[in-house]
Ligand binder design. Structure first.
Ligand code: HEC
Ligand code: HEC
Ligand code: HEC
Ligand code: HEC
Ligand code: HEC
Length: 368
């Protein structure tokens, strides 16, 4: 087994009794800082206004019986709602994911001091802390982390399956799935949830053993840094007999947006000389509800409408505008985090994130 050694001239390592995010910050400052701004960190009703707004409408909310803990505050003990959202430990101690119809279940190792992780070339290693003195005690060589052991052998950390305990699907009490993320994205070791949403970015993963890159822990998504994912959407263009066609290629292995609150739009502007005209806006949406009408997720029994861009889909949208040489088209693919039709019902009129049209990708096309 290959072991990596690194040298510490002085060892001033503090042992904290609790394994919380604050403790990890000491040796993983960049990762911890990114995590502070992620939706995983902000997943509780105390830090996510949108989650709170929906929970406030939930019938169980009047009784204070918080039903969302399993995924939104996995460290909450008992019925007591905890302020802490998802933590470092919530992920790094997942040993496996059990499949269930209602929603999957994370199996936690229960070993507080052992963290799972992934690193190319170390797939067979389990690293336990070791300390060795040399040069008459002047230098101390250590292996692993004094704070925790690391287990690199968990396949779920290489193929993305460790994300699927929370992200796979969720059924309501009518056995209707209110949201689903296709499993395809959690099978391949080359491209999966982790490679797209936690790409390697500059900076060391630890302050102890320096590395050039680390896995981004801000979790790029609808709220956070969507620009990091824009490469997974591509536009195509072609002229047609009575106008032109735009193709939107969703290269994600799941619906472009997975949450039922989202609304995606393709907005196209036509520019000729100094005149700009907005052409039709194409909307991609999955509406759930009952009796052919939209409803809150806990009441939904059917898909009312589904024009969402599907996994790996290339969607063609036709426009009847005749183009001339010298014209320009401006394409914008963006989205609302909260369906504008639901903003008022959820009392989110004053929340910026709920009302903003966020841009995922824009591109100009010059007509020859
Ligand atoms: C005292 C310093 C220290 C503290 C505190 C610490 N770590 Fe680490 N951690 C390390 C070192 C050093 C490594 C690299 C070990 C190696 O490469 O052999 C590491 C590696 C890791 C890895 C695996 C990295 C990889 O190469 O894939 C994970 C995951 C991890 N730490 C999570 C945590 C979490 C979560 C916490 C807080 C609960 C934490 N660490 C607290 C020092 C620390
Ligand atoms: C090929 C890259 C790619 C892979 C693989 C991938 N995604 Fe995504 N994901 C995207 C893109 C692109 C978006 C849409 C842009 C955005 O949300 O900013 C997205 C959006 C999301 C969102 C936000 C959706 C919403 O409605 O808020 C979540 C959550 C998500 N992905 C989870 C996952 C999970 C879990 C997996 C693994 C099963 C996965 N993704 C695999 C590219 C990918
Ligand atoms: C949502 C799940 C999740 C959370 C929350 C999470 N991690 Fe990770 N972390 C992962 C996964 C998956 C990897 C493996 C990424 C890879 O392929 O390199 C990883 C990798 C790491 C690594 C190794 C990074 C590298 O590039 O070598 C360290 C260190 C680490 N995590 C520490 C932390 C700390 C500290 C926190 C909290 C501040 C944290 N993680 C929170 C899922 C998570
Ligand atoms: C313990 C449950 C849990 C695990 C494990 C988990 N997630 Fe999440 N994830 C959530 C919840 C809950 C949210 C929504 C938080 C909110 O918006 O309140 C979320 C949100 C996200 C988002 C949307 C971020 C945004 O800015 O809109 C992305 C992307 C994401 N997760 C990716 C991942 C990936 C990749 C993994 C695996 C490495 C993973 N998650 C593992 C529960 C989890
Ligand atoms: C099985 C895991 C799971 C459970 C249980 C769960 N959620 Fe979530 N929730 C998620 C994930 C994962 C996301 C990230 C978006 C996505 O994947 O579509 C999310 C996102 C959300 C969002 C969007 C937040 C935002 O800021 O955009 C709302 C609202 C929400 N959940 C409400 C709830 C409510 C209310 C409950 C409890 C009644 C609940 N969820 C229970 C997994 C879960």
């Amino acid at each position: 087994m290959k072991t990596i050694f690194y040298i510490l001239s002085i060892t001033t390592i503090l042992f904290a009794s609790t394994y919380d995010t604050a403790a990890c910050k000491k040796c993983h400052p960049l990762i911890s800082q990114e995590f502070e701004n992620s939706m995983h960190k902000k997943s509780s009703i105390y830090d996510d206004k949108i989650h709170k707004a929906v929970w406030d409408k939930h019938p169980a909310s009047a009784k204070g019986d918080y039903k969302c803990a399993k995924c939104h505050t996995p460290n909450a003990k008992g019925a007591k709602a905890q302020k802490e959202g998802i933590s470092c430990i919530s992920c790094h101690t997942i040993s496996n994911v059990q499949k269930h119809a209602k929603s999957n279940k994370n199996i936690y190792s229960g070993e507080k001091k052992r963290f799972y992780s992934a690193e190319a070339g170390r797939e067979n290693e389990k690293v336990v802390y070791r300390k060795k003195s040399s040069f008459f005690g002047m230098n101390v060589t250590t292996t692993g982390s004094a704070y925790h052991d690391i287990d690199y052998t968990n396949d779920n950390f290489y193929n993305g399956n460790m994300c699927m305990g929370c992200h796979s699907h969720k059924q309501n009490s009518h056995e209707f799935s209110v949201c689903t993320t296709d499993e395809e994205g959690a099978q391949d070791k080359k491209t999966n949830c982790i490679t797209c949403h936690m790409p390697k970015v500059d900076g060391s993963a630890t302050t102890v053993r320096l590395s050039k890159k680390h896995a981004f822990h801000g979790f790029a998504g609808a709220h956070t840094k969507p620009q990091m994912l824009k490469e997974y959407v591509e536009f195509g263009f072609s002229k047609s007999s009575d106008g032109f066609e735009i193709v939107v290629h969703n290269k994600a292995p799941h619906n472009l947006m997975t949450h039922p609150l989202r609304v995606v739009q393709l907005r196209v502007k036509h520019i000729r000389d100094t005149k700009t005209t907005a052409l039709k806006t194409e909307t991609f949406i999955k509406v759930i509800g009952t009796d052919s009408k939209p409803s809150m997720p806990w009441l939904a029994t059917e898909v009312v409408k589904d024009t969402m861009l599907k996994a790996n889909e290339k969607r063609k949208v036709s426009y009847d505008k005749k183009l001339k040489s010298g014209d320009r088209l401006e394409l914008i693919l963006g989205y609302y985090i909260v369906n504008p039709k639901a903003v008022k019902k959820l009392n989110l009129q004053n929340d910026k994130a709920s009302n903003e049209f966020k841009i995922l990708k824009s591109q100009n096309i010059n007509i020859e």
